[in-house]
Design a protein around this ligand. Structure first.
Ligand SMILES: Cc1cc2nc3c(=O)[nH]c(=O)nc-3n(C[C@H](O)[C@H](O)[C@H](O)COP(=O)(O)O)c2cc1C
Length: 181
């Protein structure tokens, strides 16, 4: 079998796409809401169900700095994993392109055209347009060089009627694809 092999530091070494994306919403201690697009996430445990999100904590090169959403999670111990459908691509790209670290006055909901909704348990807002929202409290955390793997335990799950009725099925085919651009 023909293969290429790359080592750390080689061009292309770090490309492990495609994946799917979620939008993580959280609030800081003062109640300011933020949304961070996250491509590195997964269901990581069965009983109880636990979800992991990789949140940048460290400045490294041009792409890595501590996300303001990470600060929100640090301050409150809560976050919401909002699963978008493909129609929300512009919104997740907007939330993934603007950081409250660099633009502290920005309103991520307003600039992305998304609507905050009151959660059932946590103080962080849901994103109303997302067909699934999973309210989480921090269960545990693994510190890695640039990102922390933050494990959340769901305390409430919201599922849109169009998912429950079968009109929208969240399969790989209609999952939000994460491209390298
Ligand atoms: C498609 C996409 C996927 C991303 N995945 C992650 C990720 O897994 N973890 C992370 O920390 N940042 C990720 N980012 C970057 C953040 O979303 C981005 O830096 C955002 O502006 C942070 O906003 P905040 O500082 O207000 O929280 C991603 C961005 C995009 C566009």
């Amino acid at each position: 079998m023909d293969r290429q092999i790359a080592f750390p530091g080689d061009p292309g070494f770090a490309s492990f796409y495609p994946g799917s994306v979620v939008m993580v919403s959280a609030v800081d201690a003062a109640g300011k809401a933020d949304i961070c697009t996250v491509g590195a996430w997964a269901l990581v445990n069965g009983a109880p169900r636990l979800f992991g999100i990789a949140m940048c904590t460290t400045t490294h090169g041009a792409s890595y700095w501590k996300r303001y959403t990470t600060t929100c999670i640090d301050e409150t111990g809560e976050f919401v994993i909002n699963i978008p459908d493909l129609s929300l691509r512009d919104a997740w790209m907007a939330c993934g392109s603007v950081s409250l670290v660099r633009e502290p006055e920005a309103d991520k909901f307003a600039l992305s055209g998304l609507t905050p909704a009151v959660a059932a348990v946590v103080n962080a807002p849901l994103i109303a347009e997302c067909p699934v929202s999973i309210e989480c409290r921090v269960h545990s955390r693994l510190a890695l060089p640039t990102h922390d793997w933050i494990v959340g335990e769901p305390v409430a799950v919201h599922t849109a009627d169009r998912v429950a009725s079968g009109d929208l099925t969240l399969t790989w085919e209609n999952a939000p694809a994460l491209s390298e651009s």
